[in-house]
Design a binder for this molecule. Structure first.
Ligand code: SF4
Length: 329
């Protein structure tokens, strides 16, 4: 590992000053330290932000506020999150390992890098790690890569589970800098690779995610996250689906749908939502809407099976909600 400086920030102003001095923020360190060990990331200075007052989870009248430094395990076990936003709790519990969930912060989770093996192997070419060097995944080991949102320059999937649930539930991130705060819908926070796969989000240098906000709504309580993976724990998604429904008298009044494990960013599916809204709560409605999920998908050599698996994952998630369906208020 390359030598680096380390300092602790106890106030936002300290953190911003350190970041301006070539610092990189670190909280749980569960992604960044791994990547430093592998030589993928080589920051000159780490700025420990754990002392900043950003750990709280608060239920506001019209939204849920999650501090960026709240740990994954803390959010997953929060009674309000479990009751009112179950997809968030479920997505977190299906992520990583118990030890990692105890350490990893919510803000860090949203910023985790891809699990593409070529990205993590510094002896391989990789446009995301070294722009212009190539993308060996396109014709190489790509079973777990994306079928949506790809480009000729990168086909890596986004790794976060909870980001999929948050995008489905219209979450925003609050971002702070010395100039003040701004708020961005999480769906607009991530960038598809295009011809700049090394730019993954709209965070500017020195900016810090301070909170995640999830609006309240009749659909959030009836939300769920289904994840298909190669083993039952400590594994990333092959496909996943976050869905939420507001239902009245057997008819779908409102719907939220997003997918993971299949796209270069957490993938909101408004066309699938449109196909659900106004329809009866039934298996045929679910199947017809889910079929739309793979419109425009571009499979690679070894991941064409996701074209079949993704609609099935969505149907499974919707069926899970159907069994829980209660009238919307
Ligand atoms: Fe790199 Fe993206 Fe290609 Fe993987 S898919 S090798 S991350 S450019």
């Amino acid at each position: 590992m390359m030598p680096f400086a380390f300092q602790r920030a106890t106030a936002l102003a300290d953190a911003f000053a350190a970041a301006a001095n070539r610092g990189r923020y670190v909280a749980g360190g569960t992604t960044l330290v791994d990547l430093m060990r592998e030589g993928v990331e080589t920051p000159e200075r780490l700025v420990d932000i754990n002392a900043l007052p950003l750990h709280e989870i608060r239920l506001r009248p019209d939204h849920l506020e999650i501090g960026a430094l709240a740990r994954m395990a803390q959010v997953a076990a929060n009674a309000d999150v479990m009751r009112l936003y179950p997809a968030i709790s479920q997505a977190l519990l299906l992520s990583a390992s118990a030890q990692l969930r105890n350490m990893a912060s919510m803000g860090g989770n949203l910023l985790q890098r891809t699990r593409c093996p070529y990205f993590r192997d510094v002896t391989s070419a990789c446009n995301k790690r070294e722009p212009g060097s190539g993308c060996p995944a396109r014709d190489g080991v790509n079973r777990l890569h994306a079928i949506l949102g790809t480009s000729e320059h990168c086909v890596a999937t986004h790794a976060s589970d909870v980001a999929v649930a948050l995008v489905a539930l219209d979450a925003s991130v609050r971002i702070a800098s010395p100039e003040g705060e701004r708020r961005i819908p999480l769906e607009q926070f991530y960038r598809v690779p295009g011809d700049t796969p090394h730019i993954e989000h709209v965070l500017r240098p020195g900016e810090l995610i301070v909170a995640i906000e999830v609006p309240a709504g009749p659909h959030t309580e009836q939300s769920t996250y289904v994840k298909v993976r190669d083993r039952q724990s400590y594994e990333f998604a092959v496909t996943s689906a976050a869905v939420a429904l507001a239902v009245d008298d057997g008819r779908i009044l409102d719907a939220r749908v997003a997918a993971g494990g299949v796209a270069t960013v957490p993938w909101r599916m408004r066309h699938v939502e449109a196909a659900l809204i106004g329809q009866p709560l039934s298996a045929s409605t679910f199947r017809a809407a889910a079929r739309l999920s793979v419109e425009g998908a571009v499979p690679l050599t070894f991941n064409a099976f996701k074209i079949e698996l993704l609609p099935r994952t969505l149907v499974r998630a919707l069926e899970t909600l159907e069994t829980l369906a209660v009238p919307a208020l």
